[in-house]
Design a protein around this ligand. Structure first.
Ligand code: BGC
Length: 362
């Protein structure tokens, strides 16, 4: 079958036509025909051979971790899924260690050993192939009404988990804290999906990103109801003046310098959520004393988060439906290009610009 794979030894990305077609090996497995695979910054890192690894003993990794597919076959003990139904798979699989409480309780996103695997990223083949097989426990059923946008489920789970964590963290405040103001740093798919979740949760949300206005991402943000400010046109001080005291910063730019600059704008009792893994690794100089003073005197929380658990996928699928109703056409606008598997590299470098590039299997 056709699959898109990276070969780290020869540093190549190839479309292979003869990858072995996966078969059901257990009665709880499901065979899925891939429809679409979203491409993100992590894929770019894998293509640049800075992240990821093939399965143990193999020389290539089938890439792709943001998938939507159609069930073609189910094992005899699979309940609740039938051929023809749409599904999205989760990414991370638990480590094997008895002493890892996170993995043993079904939360490999909080794994403590680092021996987890991630489909399409770390030591497990991904979904950018004609077919994939997955245990039913890692699949989520998708309503047919979400066919055109469900490829966004996985990146949306980042925001779902983050907001769930923010809600937990703010339970430390002994009064009922209403959603206040939020700043989203970065206007890529993770940022814009984050803005949608924050708006849905009731936060007055501003998107702060590099590209000067006017630009497409700014238009999308503003159509959602989130003012867009460019860091090239508006300083952090000005952002603070315009946005008011910021209760939540949702960082989705993967740029450490910008993140720590915006941290200076976090308000009293605020939470700063980091979701981006920086591509560029240049050192950073910080005014450490001033930063620590700010964190202490204002009871601020910094939290890093990686997606996501079972419930975050369920929440993302529910939210996709809500977003369709609230912003008709808004999710579709995040998907700039649909490309064949042969154009994975162009999708990863977002050739021609835009927001999200998606691989489509015919
Ligand atoms: C994926 C996560 C994964 C992370 C690091 C992200 O793009 O969405 O599931 O844990 O990359 O590999």
């Amino acid at each position: 079958m056709k699959a898109v794979a990276v070969f780290p030894k020869s540093r190549e990305l190839r479309v292979i036509e003869d990858a072995p077609e996966p078969r059901l090996r257990s009665p709880t497995e499901v065979k899925v025909r891939t429809l679409e695979v979203g491409v993100c910054g992590t894929d770019k890192e894998i293509l640049d051979f800075r992240h990821g690894a093939p399965p143990e003993g193999e020389d290539f990794l089938i890439i792709g971790h943001e998938a939507l597919g159609e069930v073609v076959e189910v094992g005899e003990r699979v309940q609740g899924l039938r051929p023809g139904e749409l599904v999205v798979p989760r990414v991370r699989r638990p480590c094997p260690h008895e002493h890892c409480p996170a993995c043993r309780h079904g939360y490999p996103d909080f794994c403590i050993t680092g021996d987890y695997t991630e489909r399409g990223i770390l030591k497990a083949h991904g979904f950018c192939a004609r077919y994939f097989v997955e245990d039913v426990a890692y699949l989520h059923r998708v309503p047919a009404s979400l066919r055109e946008v469900a490829v966004l489920t996985e990146p949306l789970t980042i925001a779902e988990k983050a907001l769930r964590e923010v809600a937990h963290l703010q339970e430390r405040l002994p009064w009922e804290q209403r959603p206040g103001r939020a700043v989203v740093l970065g206007a890529g798919p993770v940022g814009l999906l984050g803005a949608m979740v924050l708006l849905r949760a009731g936060y007055g949300t501003t998107v702060y990103s590099r590209a000067p206005r006017p630009n497409e991402k700014a238009e999308v943000a503003e159509a959602l109801g989130a003012p867009y400010l460019s860091s090239e046109q508006v300083s952090v001080e000005e952002l603070r003046r315009r946005a008011g005291p910021v209760d939540v910063v949702y960082e989705a730019a993967g740029a450490s310098k910008a993140a720590f600059e915006v941290l200076r704008g976090l308000g009293p009792n605020g939470v700063f959520v980091f979701t981006g893994v920086p591509g560029r690794k240049q050192p950073l100089e910080l005014e450490g004393a001033a930063l620590l003073k700010q964190l202490v005197l204002f009871n601020q929380v910094l939290v890093g988060t990686v997606n996501a658990a079972d419930m975050d996928f369920d929440a993302a699928l529910e939210d996709l439906g809500r977003f369709q109703a609230r912003w008709p056409g808004g999710l579709e606008r995040l998907i700039t290009a649909r490309r064949p598997p042969e154009e994975f590299e162009e999708a990863a470098s977002r050739k021609g610009g835009g927001i999200k590039h998606v691989i489509t299997f015919q």
